[in-house]
Design a protein around this ligand. Structure first.
Ligand code: 5GP
Length: 205
């Protein structure tokens, strides 16, 4: 029996570096990861290729995909729509591949509802850990600047509540190592591996 793969969702506040961390992760080829290419209505940027970076589609086509339940989740971000085609995710998980989604937070919360067994990783900005010292040194910064930062950080912290793991993106290679460690550990969870030992246990009875 093929063990079903993990659905790994990397998300976090905008600008935290999700795309950069995701690209760096995929350089580690020894992991059994496959990237779920999203559909988007935004125009390709220079250097982006249809079918590699995204499936670039019209709004009409995107609406059709929503209507036909072809998306695991979707969200509007700025002026464009982004979504995860469900067929690819399902097919890869059944083949035992780990499927990696790099999506914004509203979409991640939708995946969590329909796929609670997924592995939800929150990529946090390093500024959160710096915040405390900034607050301590309040006198050196204008009061409203500190308060704005605190308010923004509070919102970011609230978002992390629904995730399983929090990884600080202080340096890309460190964030990658942490994520790979989480994936390794997740594969070793007793409930995932115990069936491998069941035949031994039965034989010895
Ligand atoms: P960009 O336009 O910079 O490529 O992506 C904008 C945001 O959309 C990023 O935060 C990215 O993680 C997110 N995103 C990319 N694909 C998807 C998707 O399929 N679903 C959701 N919900 N967000 C996505």
């Amino acid at each position: 029996m093929v063990e079903r793969g993990l659905l790994i969702v990397l998300s976090g506040p905008s600008g935290v570096g999700k795309g950069t961390v995701r690209k760096a992760l995929f350089e580690h080829e020894q992991y059994n990861l496959t990237y779920s290419i999203s559909v988007t209505t935004r125009n390709p940027r220079e250097g982006e290729t249809d079918g590699i970076d995204y499936f670039f589609r019209s709004r009409e086509e995107f609406q059709r995909m929503i209507a036909q339940n072809e998306l695991l989740e979707y969200a509007q971000y700025v002026d464009n729509f982004y979504g995860t085609p469900i067929a690819y995710v399902e097919a890869q998980l059944s083949k035992g591949k780990d499927v990696f989604l790099e999506i914004e937070v509203q979409g991640a919360m939708k995946v969590k509802k329909s796929f609670p067994e997924g592995l939800f990783i929150f990529l946090a900005p390093p500024s959160l850990s710096e915040l405390k010292s900034r607050i301590v040194n309040r006198g050196t910064e204008a009061l409203d600047a500190v308060e704005n930062r605190m308010a923004a950080a509070r919102e970011e912290l609230e978002m992390m509540e629904a995730y399983d793991y929090v990884v600080e993106n202080d340096e890309v290679h460190l964030a990658c190592q942490r994520i790979l460690s989480i994936i390794t550990a997740e594969h070793l969870k007793k409930d995932r591996v115990k069936h491998r030992y069941e035949s031994y246990l039965e034989e010895s009875e």
